[in-house]
Design a protein around this ligand. Structure first.
Ligand code: NAI
Length: 329
């Protein structure tokens, strides 16, 4: 029996987490889910969007599966997602991105892993209103965090037989901050046989769209990592299929790349694949590899039989798609 925290999130979060829990249960994996709520819905009762009980639960269980949580735009509370990553020091955001069977895109054989620094950069939330007409945000980059994430990227590359790491920055403009990130990557790379290539983020975006197959592991600071992840999701069929994980020294929180998708929430339209793929990595992480493989086979079989949700051009609802996977388990 595994004890795992589940943060159900909001928007499409509850739909996709219910779907994934149902699939995992059907596969016979014994998990005691500690269900935790966070975000706008808990503020009224508890005063904060990320109560201590959520952090305590993850600290106790060491592993969490998380659905997206809405962040108010331009005002309101700070992102629960960013806060969670920072509080638990989940410094590596790992986002493997590859084509799934029968998910039609313009690109074939995409196999990119985005490694995004997860604790600093503009996400440190150091902002101030200088005067009525001026606001500023501090882009904080440290040597320790940069070296740590570079080491993570190279260790991942070695372990997973990857051929090249691209470090992605804008060090021609942000000479000090991105310069430090780049310098850290160069230093760490010296300890590995895998080559490090350097690319500016604007060119990287263009190259990704023109020829994604030239890329293998991408190493990026927080903001570029966030943006490039969505671009990479677009290469393989969209956010409905893009998985992710936040990994730290002591804890791991698995969550899809996408947000709470308020435009389709509560309509049985959400694609649970991204959440499911994230959960499959979680199963690998806790040693349930056999179940993870079995579920992935059922998912791939389902997609191959043209059973797909609307975001992938199909006509199945979230529930019907989920049941189809379960039937193939
Ligand atoms: P989003 O990722 O929620 O949605 C972008 C587009 O992709 C929408 O058209 C949506 O319908 C579609 N989409 C996303 N996931 C899908 C799925 N599973 N199946 C089918 N279609 C899907 O991005 P948006 O609209 O910019 O953000 C909405 C909220 O989510 C914001 O409050 C944002 O802060 C939050 N967010 C939370 C994240 C997290 O909890 N880790 C990550 C990203 C955004």
């Amino acid at each position: 029996m595994h004890n795992i925290t589940l943060i159900k999130g909001d928007g499409i979060g509850p739909e996709i987490s219910d779907a994934v829990l149902k699939i995992i249960k059907s596969a016979g994996v014994d998990i005691n889910w500690d269900i935790q709520t966070a975000g706008a819905d808990v503020i009224e009762a508890e005063g904060v969007p990320l109560p201590d009980r959520v952090l305590e639960s993850v600290k106790k269980n060491k592993v969490a599966l998380k659905s997206p949580v809405t962040t108010p735009i331009g005002k309101g509370f700070r992102s629960v997602n960013v806060q969670l990553r920072k509080e638990l020091d989940l410094y590596a955001n790992l986002r493997p991105c590859y084509n799934l069977p029968n998910v039609k895109t313009r690109y074939e054989d995409v196999d990119i892993v985005v490694v995004r620094e997860n604790t600093e950069d503009l996400y440190a939330g150091i902002e101030r209103q200088v005067d009525e007409n001026t606001a500023e945000s501090i882009k904080r980059i440290t040597r320790s965090a940069s070296e740590r994430i570079a080491k993570f990227a190279f260790d991942y590359a070695v372990k997973n037989n990857r051929k090249v790491v691209h470090v992605v920055t804008k060090a021609n403009i942000c000479k000090l901050s991105d310069g430090l990130f780049l310098e850290s990557a160069r230093k760490v790379a010296k300890d590995y046989d895998i080559p490090l290539k350097e690319i500016l983020v604007d060119n990287c975006c263009m190259q990704l769209v023109q020829n994604p197959n030239q890329f293998d592991v991408l190493l990026l600071p927080n903001l570029y990592g966030d943006i490039v992840s969505d671009l990479c999701a677009g290469l393989i069929g969209g956010l409905g299929v893009a998985q992710g994980a936040n990994i730290g020294k002591d804890y791991a929180v698995f969550e899809p790349v996408h947000g709470s998708a308020p435009d389709i929430a509560g309509q049985n339209k959400a694609n649970p694949t991204a959440m499911l793929m994230s959960a499959l990595e979680m199963l690998n992480y806790i040693g349930e590899k056999e179940a993870s493989v079995r579920i992935k086979e059922a998912l791939f079989k389902t997609l191959s039989e043209d059973i797909k949700t609307a975001d992938l051009g199909g006509s199945y609802g979230c529930k019907e798609f989920t049941n189809s996977i379960i039937n193939r388990l």
